[in-house]
Write a protein that binds this ligand. Structure first.
Ligand code: SAM
Ligand code: SF4
Length: 662
């Protein structure tokens, strides 16, 4: 039915000759992007002369064996977060511009576009893509703004498509479909495997209201074209994204579902989400449960389908329909537990969560190689950037020293990934959080935001530096002066110009390191001792074991509470010992009623020590003891938390001279 509907609206058919040409070229590619063969079959026959230089030929020769090795090795530590989520899916925003003005996305007052030099160049996008693929990213989605309005989108896709030889399996696009039909053929030739096409209404007048532009016919033409190419064997996964807003397009839910009667399309209904400037309110949000009820009223047999592990949508099907129905329930049910996505904004910031406001600049690190200036094709070749990524990937796998540029980038990426939270905020919090407008989850930063700035991020400068070139230069200089240089040898968290920074550890060697810290919780009356001593009280076991667990958790969370501590240092073990100490009648006033003693030992295999982790573990355990006993003794004192011993690293073995007894 949908196809008839699309045809009725005047979509053009491509010539059969051109379709069969595409189909013939597509077949080998589909094989080459399948899980096992993707990396083994570089497809030179389809490479465009416009594409940026691909991985150089010596690597090419060994790419088959290399790819096989890659798939056998453990997933990159840099892309694995503290909840063991492995991020193999990268979304890259390639432009801030858009040819539509969707109500729910673009602030009504519009957005100010960034000066061109702030945005990633295509060679920079290819370089970063290559770096992420070298670490295990298998899926890249280009988005925006509207990616098809980027002038060199096709050559860019050809270059990224070339990364299939290094392990990329899927190259996808999210688009409003307005000009897709004009670029679709070369995109498919470049390796496009999936399209998410945004369409919120099938009514041309409503379309104009929702997008503030005309264009439904062009979108339908794009959909038709994809379906026709698929009938010729193109194998493009097509999903239609439909944001449902109450009172605006909720009555179109059933017509959208019916598009799937005769077409293998997945219609995904998205809960309306709040972003800066989109005037979200809960009343306008049409929830997943409500959408389900609307569909079930007409199609009570709607069935739940099995979802893939990393799917963000819950999938259903009306029996007998070719297509499926999905729901993206970002507002009512988060899918954070299996999130495998990272985002790069079009100004080159890495964003680990769509709803998080923390970002780190990768662009600034990449550009260091070119004195802070944008990297064009000539510089990319001159600096052999794609080559160095490959070399870095190999060195990292062999345990060799990775060269400083890639090492620094990987460290920054790793730190940001390790900071990713278990889940994003929910309704009640999200709408009050500062975030970019959706169209700029790809663009601008805002002043006054409570957000985390990594030392390399120039967001703080960018927040103000849009209009004045003087301000621009001044802030750029300030941002650059904050980049880490050397450390003060006595106070390594200060640069020689007294700026606070996180010390640079990329050149340090990875060695086993260990640190032990101790501390006590002194009682101020006899009740804690009475309830904890052997054979007395019912919660003794609980206090000890909960305190131990708290200590272990605290060690792992140290970088969250100690700002300049390095995250992701590769903790290999945490031992927390919690003991009851008897009261001492004379000579030690603090011990009059006894105490709990805590000893925490942390081991790691890394570039920096774990002293802070051991101390934090001790404090975490001590606070838990206090928390669990405060009902019987609010006067307890946590004291004597100190480092006892540290081993490993350049400064070697250190032991506290005076034993405090444990
Ligand atoms: N211009 C392209 C497009 O429209 O598909 C790509 C960028 S657009 C920002 C990416 C997706 O975000 C679209 O599917 C759009 O429907 C969705 N989106 C934007 N704002 C949204 C909001 N407030 N709530 C839910 N989804 C939103
Ligand atoms: Fe443009 Fe896509 Fe945003 Fe609509 S949703 S304004 S098409 S970027």
């Amino acid at each position: 039915m949908a196809e008839c509907l699309l045809r009725r609206r005047g979509a053009l058919s491509p010539s059969l000759a051109s379709l069969s040409r595409i189909a013939v070229r597509l077949h080998p590619r589909r094989h080459s992007t399948s899980a096992t063969a993707a990396t083994a079959q570089p497809n030179d026959g389809i490479r465009s002369t416009h594409a940026y230089p691909a991985t150089p030929s010596p690597e090419k020769a060994s790419s088959t064996r290399w790819s096989a090795l890659r798939s056998a090795k453990p997933f990159s530590e840099f892309l694995t977060d503290t909840f063991n989520r492995q991020h193999d899916y990268l979304r890259i925003s390639v432009t801030e511009r858009c040819n539509l003005r969707c109500l729910y996305c673009m602030p009504e007052e519009g957005i100010q576009l960034s000066p061109q030099p702030r945005l990633l160049t295509s060679p920079e996008i290819v370089y970063l893509s290559s770096l992420f693929v070298s670490q295990g990213v298998t899926k890249i989605r280009l988005t925006g703004g509207e990616p098809t309005v980027r002038k060199d989108i096709v050559p860019l896709m050809q270059s990224i498509g070339n990364l299939r030889r290094d392990g990329l399996r899927e190259l996808c696009l999210t688009t409003n479909g307005i000009s897709l039909h004009r670029k679709l053929d070369p995109m498919v030739e470049a390796g496009l495997t999936g399209i998410n096409l945004s369409l919120d209404t099938l009514d041309p007048f409503q379309y104009q209201i929702m997008t503030r532009r005309k264009g439904l016919d062009a979108v339908l033409k794009s959909i038709n074209r994809v379906l026709e190419m698929n009938r010729m064997g193109a194998g493009i996964k097509l999903k239609i994204n439909c944001v449902v807003m109450r009172g605006i397009n909720d009555r179109e839910i059933v017509p959208f579902v019916e598009m799937g009667r005769d077409n293998p399309i997945e219609i995904r209904f998205i809960e309306y989400m709040p972003f800066d400037g989109n005037k979200w309110n809960e009343g306008k949000m049409f929830s997943y449960q409500e959408m389900l009820a609307v569909i079930r009223e007409k199609y009570p047999s709607l069935e739940k389908m099995a979802d893939h592990k990393n799917d963000t949508s819950k999938t259903y099907q009306v029996p007998g329909f070719q297509g499926r129905v999905g729901f993206i329930t970002s507002m009512t049910h988060n899918f954070c537990g299996t999130c495998n996505r990272l985002r790069i904004t079009c100004d080159g910031n890495l964003k680990v969560c769509l709803f998080g406001n923390s970002e780190v600049s990768l662009r600034d690190v990449v550009r260091k190689a070119n004195n802070g200036e944008p990297i064009d094709e000539a510089v990319l070749e001159e600096l052999q950037l794609l080559n160095t990524v490959q070399t870095a990937a190999r060195a990292s796998d062999n345990g060799d020293l990775v060269n400083p540029r890639e090492r620094e980038l990987l460290d920054i990426i790793g730190m940001a990934v390790k900071r990713k939270k278990a889940k994003h905020a929910g309704i009640g919090e999200l709408e009050n959080m500062k975030n970019r407008p959706m169209i700029l989850i790809g663009g601008v930063s805002y002043a006054g935001q409570a957000r985390f700035y990594h030392q390399h991020s120039t967001d703080a400068a960018e927040a103000h530096a849009r209009s004045s070139t003087n301000a621009d230069r001044k802030e750029k200089a300030e941002a650059e002066s904050a980049l880490p240089t050397a450390s003060d040898p006595d106070l390594p968290h200060l640069t020689p110009s007294q700026n606070v920074h996180m010390t640079q550890i990329s050149q340090k060697t990875v060695t086993p390191r260990q640190a032990t810290a101790t501390g006590r919780v002194y009682f101020s009356n006899s009740r804690p001792w009475d309830s904890l001593r052997e054979g007395q009280g019912t919660h003794k076991g609980d206090v000890y074991s909960v305190a131990r667990i708290a200590g272990i958790m605290a060690a792992k969370r140290t970088p969250d509470v100690v700002p300049l501590c390095h995250p992701g240092i590769g903790i290999t073990g945490v031992e927390v010992d919690v003991k009851l100490l008897e009261p001492v009648a004379e000579g030690d006033e603090k011990m009059k009623y006894g105490a709990v003693s805590i000893k925490a030992t942390v081991d790691c295999l890394g570039r920096t020590g774990v002293e802070m982790e051991a101390m934090t573990a001790t404090m975490g355990a001590a606070l838990t003891v206090y928390d669990m006993l405060k009902a019987v003794d609010k006067g307890m004192v946590i004291g004597g938390v100190q480092l006892e011993e540290k081993k490993g690293g350049k400064s070697g073995h250190w032991v506290r001279e005076r034993e405090i007894g444990h």
